[in-house]
Design a protein around this ligand. Structure first.
Ligand code: SF4
Length: 227
């Protein structure tokens, strides 16, 4: 039997700064925003789709004030598809860009009736065929109404992800791909809402509150700003 000599201890490894892998950041986001979820009010996929279309360039609070009357008047895609456009414009006016939004809502409802049997589709490839629906809106609907994991890339996710060094791209589709590669699939939907919550409360566009941010030590942005 041969015995192996103990390997000579090598030089001590230099202390390293904690790796900026997202794992710890994801843990902290879960700790700080355990309840983060879609802040639009809805009772079914149709309502969430309409509310998400209306939320472009508008706060969720304002959308939530606008949609009850809209859903009372048009409770399903079939009634929305038949809407008189002037009346519809009047109902969605408070959310801004009301002409375009009314047109998209009516056309999307028409397509849902004609092509999808009156039911909001639950697949990305079909959702993005609807007028006014790009991947962001589709991911909101898939995640919150159908439970299909999806990464929502809105203005907050774009900004916070860039600052955290999670993406180098400014293209939403590429950012979505970068985050999908970085985040565990089962957490895609909730993490999107947690990052949005962080962007709203701490990592604001103009004045991020880095000195008091719980991600400060893991985020490259404050250092970059000093350089
Ligand atoms: S440290 Fe600053 S830039 Fe980084 S996530 Fe926090 S607030 Fe945003």
């Amino acid at each position: 039997m041969t015995t192996k000599k103990n390997p000579r201890p090598g030089p001590k490894a230099a202390p390293t700064t904690p790796p900026r892998t997202p794992a710890r950041i994801l843990e902290l986001l879960e700790e700080h925003y355990p309840e983060a979820w879609c802040t639009l009010d809805f009772e079914n996929p149709y309502q969430l789709l309409a509310a998400t279309i209306l939320s472009a360039q508008c706060t969720d609070e304002r959308v939530n004030l606008t949609t009850p009357a809209l859903f009372r008047r048009y409770p399903d895609p079939a009634s929305l598809a038949r809407a008189a456009i002037e009346e519809l414009e009047g109902l969605v006016r408070p959310t801004g860009f009301f002409r375009n939004k009314a047109k998209n809502l009516k056309s999307a409802a028409g397509m849902i009736v004609d092509r999808f049997g009156g039911r909001v589709p639950d697949r990305m490839e079909e959702l993005i065929l609807l007028p006014g629906v790009a991947r962001k809106t589709a991911n909101v609907v898939l995640g919150a109404a159908f439970g299909v994991p999806g990464v929502v890339v809105d203005t907050h996710v774009k900004r916070v992800s860039a600052r955290l060094g999670w993406t180098k791209s400014s293209n939403p589709d590429q950012i979505e791909q970068d985050l999908m590669a970085l985040w565990p699939r089962e957490r895609w939907t909730k993490l999107g809402h947690q990052v949005i919550a962080h962007g709203r409360s701490i990592c604001a566009a103009r004045k991020p509150r880095c000195p008091s941010c719980f991600l400060g030590e893991l985020c490259p942005y404050p250092q970059k700003e000093k350089e």
